[in-house]
Design a protein around this ligand. Structure first.
Ligand code: FAD
Length: 494
């Protein structure tokens, strides 16, 4: 238990300087609320260390006083993972000041950066060295390396490069007892025992604090072409992807799907965003192909492949962007979804995955159940069809859902429908956003018991005092496990 708050805050100030121990609500509010505005944290202070050694000293101090630590980066997470609990004395440990590039090794195609580096800056540094770091998502200007690693972020590049798990060569982390683990190795092959860095990737800050990482770089792309295509069904999207992969190999940089309803919300509520194509089909694909070989004519190749797809009746209309500005306008449709939906109504966004081949069945099943069971809802879909991760997004009308309780009750019903359908089809309840605070009870309900037991064993081994981000991934002690009490039978894959 936290004994003397003033004494502990003094101890923190002695380590990092009082200007980096924020306690005034006007200073802390920015950090205490999540990006969607759904969760309000109750941290006694926001700590902003400037180095790994300072993080280690703060963690030791917290362990000594039984204060829980919630690591935080850009606070763009979508599942309430970086929000401090109210039932336990806790601090937010924000790593934003740790934003140095420690080393660029262009010949090893690797970059060593601190956890507080913003993704956009990492991409710029790679570019300055004629390399690219391919992670790309809507929060590129705010999310940080430590957060990307801790959520095992995905984004639009997973089809070609994999998610964060595949883009990290090494990790440096402060363990819950304050020791510093130096796993900053830039190796692509290392079979000397367990791959410990992988434990921190996707751990959502429950096993320690990521302070730096070695990231994988790739040859810089020099030619690219972007297109937007109209298609009739999700099944056509799956067939079109397969056809394009047969024609273009791994030069497909992104292959994203959006439903017509989703595009209409973005063009209505986004700032000056228009569709370059008539919206007369139910589904649209946004794709980019790219290569590092400058002699490759990407635009001609894309046009050729799209013509062939049109002849096979896989699409009904398409536009190819002829310059970067037009390509950016197409991608603005995709990258402004979260912002536009937030304005359009109370948004319930799901982040499930199923095998790509089962996506048509999944969308049909979910759409039918939501439209049958939920009132005053606009159902949208958008996501990374190439990796089986379509976000089912229900936008609730603010005229109909007038109280937070009414919204939350509908959100719970929508989420259950989506989670059940994904598990029925052999999928996961979280593809890329993580579990955070939002899905803890659901994880207990849907994850097999042996998986949970192994996860709890790892958590106990690293953090026996349960001070690292308590209540995230795992239920907090004392938290009702209502969903756990009546587990849903795992239906066999259809
Ligand atoms: C507009 C928008 C679009 C998005 N699109 C995508 C998308 O396409 N794909 C996708 O995967 N995600 C997406 N996200 C979610 C989010 O941006 C990512 O999850 C991102 O990785 C979070 O990074 P962050 O620095 O903001 O982390 P935070 O939100 O600060 O933290 C996220 C989690 O990581 C933990 N954490 C943070 N830093 C550390 C650290 N140094 N050590 C240990 N734990 C830490 C926190 O405790 C928390 O559990 C989107 C978010 C927004 C707002």
């Amino acid at each position: 238990m936290m004994q003397d708050k003033a004494t502990i805050l003094d101890a923190f100030a002695n380590i990092i300087g009082s200007q980096y121990v924020l306690t005034d609500p006007s200073d802390t509010q920015l950090y205490q609320q999540d990006w969607r505005g759904r969760y309000q944290g109750a941290a006694v202070a926001v700590l902003m260390p400037g180095s790994t050694q300072e993080v280690a000293a703060l963690v030791k101090e917290c362990a000594r006083h039984g204060v829980a630590i919630v690591p935080q980066g850009g606070n763009t997470g979508l599942v309430g993972g970086a929000i401090a609990p109210a039932d336990h004395p806790a601090v937010l440990l924000n790593v934003s000041r740790m934003n140095r590039v420690r080393h660029v090794d262009a010949n090893n195609n690797s970059l060593t950066v601190e956890a507080g580096c913003i993704l956009a800056n990492v991409r710029e540094v790679a570019d300055e060295h004629q390399r690219q770091f391919p992670m790309l998502l809507g929060s590129v200007g705010s999310c940080q390396v430590g957060g990307l690693i801790s959520t095992n972020a995905g984004g639009t590049g997973v089809l070609r490069y994999g998610n964060m798990r595949e883009l990290v060569l090494g990790v440096e982390a402060v363990l819950p007892d304050g020791r510093i683990w130096d796993g900053l190795r830039g190796l692509r092959k290392d079979n000397s025992g367990y791959d410990l860095k992988q434990l921190f990737i996707g751990a959502e800050g429950t096993l320690g604090i990521v302070t730096a990482a070695v990231l994988k770089l790739f040859p810089r792309l020099t030619v690219s072409a972007t297109a937007m295509m109209a298609i009739r069904s999700v099944q056509d999207a799956v067939s079109l992807l397969r056809f394009m992969q047969d024609q273009l190999g791994n030069r497909i940089e992104a292959f994203e799907i959006m439903s017509r309803e989703q595009i209409e919300i973005v063009t209505t509520y986004g700032h000056d965003i228009q569709s370059p194509i008539d919206l007369d089909e139910p589904w649209y694909i946004l794709t980019e192909i790219a290569d590092s070989a400058p002699q490759w004519n990407a635009a001609a190749e894309l046009e050729h492949v799209l013509e062939a797809a049109f002849e096979r009746d896989l699409l009904t209309n398409a536009v190819v962007a002829t310059d970067v500005a037009k390509a950016d306008r197409i991608w603005a449709l995709r990258h402004n979804i979260s912002e536009a939906n937030k304005t359009a109504g109370f948004t319930i966004s799901n982040d499930t995955s199923v095998p790509v081949s089962r996506l048509p069945q999944f969308i049909e099943r979910v759409s039918q159940r939501i439209n049958d069971q939920i009132e005053a809802v606009t159902l949208c879909n958008a996501g990374h069809i190439g990796d089986g991760n379509i976000h089912v997004i229900a936008v609730l009308s603010r005229d109909h859902y007038t109280t937070p309780e009414h919204c939350e009750e509908a959100a719970a019903r929508v989420n259950l429908i989506v989670h059940e359908a994904s598990v029925e089809l052999g999928g996961s309840i979280s593809a890329e956003h993580g579990i955070g605070k939002m899905h803890v009870a659901r994880l207990e309900r849907f994850k097999p018991e042996l998986d949970l037991e192994m996860m709890r064993t790892i958590k106990r081994a690293f953090d026996p005092l349960n001070l690292m981000n308590p209540g995230k991934i795992f239920l907090a002690s004392g938290q009702p496990a209502a969903e756990h009490a009546a587990p849903l039978a795992r239906t066999p894959c259809a």
